[in-house]
Design a protein around this ligand. Structure first.
Ligand SMILES: *[C@@H]1O[C@H](CO)[C@@H](O)[C@H](O)[C@H]1NC(C)=O
Ligand SMILES: *[C@@H]1O[C@H](CO)[C@@H](O)[C@H](O)[C@H]1NC(C)=O
Ligand SMILES: *[C@@H]1O[C@H](CO)[C@@H](O)[C@H](O)[C@H]1NC(C)=O
Ligand SMILES: *[C@@H]1O[C@H](CO)[C@@H](O)[C@H](O)[C@H]1NC(C)=O
Ligand SMILES: *[C@@H]1O[C@H](CO)[C@@H](O)[C@H](O)[C@H]1NC(C)=O
Length: 324
């Protein structure tokens, strides 16, 4: 693997995990996708691309000037693109896919490297994840090097345009999965930028650890909460500072009822707290509009979560054992 001098200074990246781990992660990712799909009846492009087979050519959007040339330290970094599989034909208005093609080709969108889009709707990112910690970390370097404030403004603006009647309003109201996913990705750009760029105490990216360390496979599900994917019942994220920090970032947004995280945060926090203690992730969500703090009663929910965890946890453990 060609290494640039400067990038060797970046924190050690576990390049020594085995094939079995990769396989297990791959299956876990698939499981996540399948369960996510059944949760919201959505179409996850990665999942559908896999079913179609990987023979199709990835459409690269944007101009020929590759953003990677702007930074020499990212020389060997693979650049992910959002919605790089077919958009399909499930739109009622022509204006909607046109809007998608416009923002996907826009340099301002591409150069924000929006992690919130890559998680759910990027085949290229999925390929990078499969290549392991080293490649993924260098892509995360790219994602995290952008000006998050500036990109948040750009994404918020796109979110408003998406649901405008001249673009995708009708398909949004019909709950077209792609349009909903794009809306969630635009509106959760900021919280997923912050949480995706968190680093562990050893200097690795928390997100990279979550998808490459088989010790705590449940951690990777946390990043999907802002995208309206609930924590699957059997998932048990680790009680690490990474999990805690990710949840505390989400907490800041969970009171905004126009965001998907307002639906997924509290149940996830309760599920994590079953194992990590009642104070691990705060369930005291401050609802923005009413400016009241609604502390959700944890007692009964905790009992239910424990039950679900035991059943689901055993199932995924069995799956893992079967693989290794
Ligand atoms: C980056 O890649 C280009 C072409 O592949 C090469 O000419 C250049 O020297 C590389 N830059 C660094 C910093 O490695
Ligand atoms: C990021 O962009 C904002 C708004 O354009 C600007 O005020 C700020 O200085 C930028 N931050 C950095 C580190 O460049
Ligand atoms: C197609 O869009 C409709 C709403 O416009 C949605 O209900 C349906 O689930 C979508 N089908 C697929 C396969 O995405
Ligand atoms: C809630 O989220 C919406 C959608 O991103 C945003 O427009 C609005 O400003 C947010 N409200 C608050 C109070 O942050
Ligand atoms: C995997 O995670 C466990 C628990 O969080 C940690 O102790 C271990 O060091 C991690 N392994 C690697 C290779 O990072």
């Amino acid at each position: 693997m060609p290494l640039n001098g400067p990038s060797a200074a970046s924190p050690r990246r576990g390049s020594c995990f085995g094939r079995r781990l990769l396989l297990a992660l791959f299956i876990l990712a698939l499981t996540a996708l399948v369960s996510a799909e059944s949760e919201d009846h959505g179409t996850l492009l990665v999942g559908s691309s896999l079913r179609r087979g990987s023979s199709h050519v990835l459409k690269k959007r944007g101009t020929s000037s590759s953003p990677s040339t702007s930074s020499s330290s990212n020389n060997n970094t693979i650049i992910p693109y959002a919605f790089d599989a077919s958009l399909g034909k499930n739109f009622t208005e022509e204006s909607c896919p046109e809007f998608f093609n416009t923002f996907l080709a826009s340099e301002s969108f591409i150069q924000c490297y929006p992690f919130s889009f890559f998680l759910q709707n990027s085949e290229s990112f999925f390929q990078i994840v499969k290549q392991g910690a080293f490649k993924l970390s260098s892509t995360m370097d790219l994602i995290c090097a952008v000006n998050g404030t500036q990109c948040t403004t750009i994404m918020d603006n796109y979110a408003k345009q998406l649901v405008a009647s001249s673009n995708c309003a009708t398909d949004y109201q019909l709950e077209n999965p792609l349009v909903r996913q794009a809306y969630n990705a635009f509106t959760s750009y900021s919280m997923l930028y912050s949480s995706g760029c968190l680093q562990s105490t050893s200097g690795s990216y928390c997100y990279v650890d979550s998808v490459t360390n088989s010790t705590n496979p449940g951690d990777s599900y946390l990043y999907y909460l802002p995208l309206d994917v609930s924590l699957p019942g059997g998932t048990r994220p680790s009680c690490s500072s990474c999990s805690q920090n990710v949840m505390s970032i989400f907490l800041n947004y969970a009171g905004n009822t126009s965001l998907a995280i307002s639906q997924t945060y509290v149940p996830a926090a309760q599920q994590i707290n079953v194992f990590c203690g009642p104070n691990f992730a705060s369930t005291a969500v401050t609802v923005a509009s009413a400016s009241t703090t609604s502390s959700v009663s944890v007692a009964t929910a905790t009992a239910n979560a424990r039950e679900a965890l035991v059943a689901g946890g055993l199932a995924s453990f069995a799956l893992l054992l079967g693989l290794l």
